[in-house]
Design a protein around this ligand. Structure first.
Ligand SMILES: [Zn+2]
Length: 292
């Protein structure tokens, strides 16, 4: 039914070790659906009434049913920031369930929940949705954050909001002009481990932060969001990952906008060196978001 890559074609750059999935099948996917929205009730991907649901990605970049699309709501014009608390709670439950189901597979080591919101960051369908990739290995970036013992930085002048056991901060050294981290103040490794009360507070701070970004810019803002969760390796393989037992759930939200409608491009000197020149002072951004 879905156009799966025949097999994975994963290559590693000989000089830098960068991992690249070559996915020729994705060249054939449409930029935009030809007619109506496929995610609206009655559409191609969502025939029956629903509130939140996870469906297979029709153009998966990895084989073996590792890629899913999560529809947040049946309202085409909703955004993550505007979902009702009830809808938000259902979404967090679906994120946790999919993490648990995919993570239980022997061939899954890391479940990545993420969202590209807005055309500027490559979203091809406006209907509110995110995605899930279930990797057969732990990718380099989350692996490095784990090894470094990532935890929320709660003693700084970069706190945006601190409420009900959760804190949102601006990281001190992001390549992006807008970057935010949200985490529980007590260590919790993943979504699955959150109690019902914690899930409710998580939904509230996530929407609070997204609404602050919109107020700061005066309009919906293109963002990329992803969750860093505990890898789902089996107990026998857990020694492969440094820092695994200290895994601390967190959500990163970044935007390429440095001002409303103004994109900051990651340019040649930055791509060349992997060193960045960020025009936005993180402490100023935190203060503006705290007051937004
Ligand atoms: Zn729609």
């Amino acid at each position: 039914m879905h156009e799966q890559p025949a097999a994975s074609d994963v290559r590693i750059d000989a000089w830098l070790g960068t991992l690249v999935h070559v996915v020729a099948s994705r060249q054939n996917r449409p930029n935009l659906p030809p007619t109506s929205c496929p995610f609206c009730v009655g559409g191609l991907e969502a025939g029956e009434s629903y509130t939140v649901k996870s469906i297979p990605n029709r153009w998966p970049p990895m084989p073996d049913d590792r890629c899913e699309v999560v529809l947040y709501a049946n309202d085409h014009d909703a955004r993550l920031s505007t979902l009702t608390p009830h809808n938000m709670a259902e979404l967090i439950d679906v994120w946790a369930q999919r993490t648990s189901m995919l993570g239980a597979r022997d061939d899954v080591s890391y479940v990545l929940i993420f969202e590209n919101a807005g055309r500027e960051v490559g979203a091809t369908i406006d209907h509110p949705h995110g995605q899930i990739y279930a990797f057969d290995h732990v990718p380099d970036r989350p692996r490095r954050r784990l090894a470094a013992g990532w935890r929320p930085d709660t003693t700084t002048n970069r706190i945006i909001v601190d409420r009900d056991g959760w804190v949102a901060t601006v990281p001190s050294a992001s390549p992006y002009p807008l970057a935010i981290e949200i985490a529980p103040t007590e260590r919790t490794p993943d979504l699955v481990s959150l109690s019902a009360t914690q899930r409710q507070s998580f939904g509230a701070i996530l929407q609070d932060v997204l609404q602050r970004i919109e107020r700061l810019h005066g309009e919906p803002t293109p963002t990329m969001m992803w969750f860093n969760q505990r890898p789902t390796l089996s107990a026998e393989r857990s020694a492969e990952i440094v820092g695994l037992s200290d895994a601390w759930l967190n959500v990163e939200i970044v935007s390429p906008w440095r001002a409303p409608g103004v994109l900051r491009y990651i340019a040649a000197a930055e791509v060349a060196t992997n060193e960045y020149f960020n025009p936005v002072v993180p402490e100023d951004l935190a203060e503006r978001l705290a007051q937004a």
